[in-house]
Ligand binder design. Structure first.
Ligand SMILES: [Zn+2]
Length: 423
């Protein structure tokens, strides 16, 4: 059914947004009696409407590991907590873990996420129940075992052959990192992605140790130089998560290949990655930057409004320049035309013909009061809890913060985590 969002505040004006077949049909100042025939109405109540948010890097089912292994060193955290728990994940855990993450994303206004996690087939299925837009990257992680790499590669090819991709749910290939993937799988992925026009997704230059180990093993090459030598970047769309320990020549290489850097400030600070994301340098060299939450085990939530605030504060604090990364700029790393183009999710604009993908922010919330500067309130004051409604392609996924099926998902996630983390 068509939808009318009545009396909503868009860029300082109260408007009525008519949606038909998932797209904005028209935006009007008035609504006539005849407009109301055969149309569902969502009262906007003068609340603020914005385009949906994008999460550039996440591992959804890790919401089940929220709070499990905090305050630890990355290496020890992965080896003693995360990887052993992940090895115990059952089909049932993926089922409820994926759904818990999707509910949390909707609550926080995320309409698109760039996923990297095991059992990607389970996420493709979960998206039937909670239909967000997503890029599901098939994960390759072989621990330098070429035989294992070959098995994963066969499974990866099958995944792409047998999955029914849609306009909203698309695929890609994820490599964990240069330290957890063999040269064999890195080379294969670069070639496979080029041949099949698929994006790649990798953790890159997250810690100093990653750089040192890579230089030792690979004739002094940094992870970025090493990947370039393996032909990983050439003619590929690559999402590189973290990108903290980069030198000038690394940035030149990333820029030359159009690599997209995904900034995950909360995860970086929580795991004490030891280096601040070189935002200005990347920006100056024309490297596109988007925002991600990373997994909930290292964040510990999927709240992109919070991520925007922290990204902005971190740049200001570290540089001593409070003019760096304004509220508008922080918002644009996760919402609007530029990120929408990067993630191929539509125009990212609220205008006739665009996909009806919105968040509606509660005007009455304390965080948004007074309304002196709406964008400032949204980034520096509000959080995901201030999002009242979430609409994706004209479908109301959350109304008044209520999502269909949420209670069951929360209850089952509690049960699964209890069993998983006890064993
Ligand atoms: Zn990650």
């Amino acid at each position: 059914m068509d939808l009318l969002i009545r009396n909503v505040s868009h860029e300082g004006k109260i408007v009525n947004i008519f949606v038909s077949k998932g797209k904005i049909d028209r935006i009007s100042d008035t609504v006539s009696e005849s407009d109301l025939q055969g149309i569902a109405v969502l009262e906007g109540d003068d609340n603020y409407i914005f385009p949906m948010l994008h999460n550039g890097h996440t591992h959804s089912p890790m919401v089940l590991l929220r709070g499990y292994g905090d305050d630890m060193v990355l290496d020890e955290w992965l080896n003693t907590k995360i990887w052993p728990a992940e090895a115990r994940l059952t089909e049932e855990d993926y089922y409820w873990g994926n759904r818990l993450a999707l509910v949390e994303m909707i609550k926080n206004g995320t309409g698109f996420f760039n996923e990297m996690y095991m059992n990607p087939r389970s996420m493709v299925k979960a998206l039937i129940d909670f239909p967000l837009k997503a890029r599901i990257h098939f994960p390759l992680i072989d621990g330098m075992d070429v035989e294992l790499a070959k098995k994963q590669i066969t499974d990866c090819s099958l995944f792409f052959e047998n999955t029914s991709w849609t306009q909203n749910v698309k695929g890609g290939v994820a490599l964990h990192s240069v330290y957890a993937n063999s040269e064999y799988s890195l080379k294969w992925a670069g070639e496979y992605a080029r041949r099949n026009n698929l994006p790649l997704h990798i953790h890159l230059c997250e810690t100093e140790q990653e750089i040192e180990n890579c230089r030792q093993k690979n004739q002094g090459q940094s992870p970025v130089e090493y990947l370039e030598k393996l032909d990983f970047f050439r003619d590929n769309k690559v999402f590189a998560a973290h990108c903290l320990w980069l030198d000038e020549s690394d940035i030149d290489i990333l820029s030359g290949h159009g690599v997209i850097a995904v900034h995950n400030p909360v995860s970086n600070m929580k795991l004490a990655a030891g280096r601040v994301f070189p935002y200005s340098k990347l920006k100056d060299k024309g490297v596109p930057v988007v925002l991600g939450t990373d997994g909930a085990a290292s964040n510990n939530n999927l709240d992109l409004l919070e991520e925007m605030k922290i990204a902005s504060l971190l740049q200001k604090h570290h540089s001593g320049d409070p003019t760096l990364m304004s509220a508008d700029e922080a918002f644009s790393l996760s919402s609007g035309p530029v990120v929408s183009q990067i993630f191929e999710t539509g125009s990212g604009k609220i205008e006739t013909g665009s996909d009806a993908d919105f968040i509606i922010i509660n005007r009455k919330s304390l965080s948004m009061t007074p309304a002196t500067n709406i964008k400032s309130n949204l980034i520096y004051s509000a959080s995901g809890h201030d999002i009242l409604h979430m609409i994706l392609q004209g479908e109301i996924l959350m109304k008044d913060r209520m999502i269909r099926g949420e209670e069951t998902v929360v209850e089952m996630a509690h049960r699964r985590a209890e069993i998983l983390l006890k064993s």
